[in-house]
Write a protein that binds this ligand. Structure first.
Ligand SMILES: [Fe+2]
Length: 182
């Protein structure tokens, strides 16, 4: 279940409706989409799936993609797989664990493991949203956010795109406050 943690406080929200209401002014939405499909569970057990297994996993999850294509016009999808010892872990962490925006929306469907999205609320408060398998997150273009892994350093997430190229992070140089580990 997703949880929303405020920076430098013990304030933590786990109620789905309250999380949604807190993020709504940013246009950020969180939806629960059960991770199902033929063979999906078996494909998710692999910590480091090879390209063939990753393609099979995407295909097995394509009911969700087809629905999003119809509803939101996404054209492409791919899979992000991170795990302890991943060769680009430090590089990716450095890239996305800073406050940034994108020219395109950021859409993630977490299908295994967990991750943390940070946001700056309208009153300047900062929050971190911990997401797990079955959480679908939509961040509109231009919204300040960041992303990091939890200590488990394990996630598989499908990214949906309407166009390539909107992914370059634009750093806003806003300082991130400190958060306890989820
Ligand atoms: Fe981002």
């Amino acid at each position: 279940m997703a949880a929303l943690q405020y920076a430098e406080t013990v304030q933590r929200i786990t109620d789905t409706a309250r999380i949604a209401a807190t993020l709504a002014p940013l246009g950020v939405t969180l939806q629960a989409i059960p991770v199902t499909g033929a063979g999906v569970a078996a494909l998710l057990t692999e910590l480091q799936p090879d390209p063939e297994a990753q393609a099979a996993l995407l295909t097995a999850l394509d009911d969700v993609f087809r629905r999003l294509q119809r509803e939101r016009g996404y054209q492409e999808r791919d899979l992000v797989v991170l795990y302890p010892g991943h060769p680009q872990l430090a590089e990716l962490t450095a890239r996305f664990h800073r406050v940034h925006t994108h020219d395109d929306e950021e859409v993630r469907y977490i299908v295994d493991g967990e991750g943390v999205f940070g946001f700056v609320l309208e009153d300047g408060a900062q929050v971190e949203l911990t997401v797990h398998a079955g959480d679908y997150v939509h961040i509109p273009a231009g919204v300040e956010h960041w992303f990091r892994l939890t200590d488990a350093q394990r996630i598989k997430a499908v990214r949906y795109f309407s166009a390539r190229g909107g992914w370059t992070p634009h750093y806003t140089d806003r300082a991130m406050r400190s958060f306890p580990n989820p």
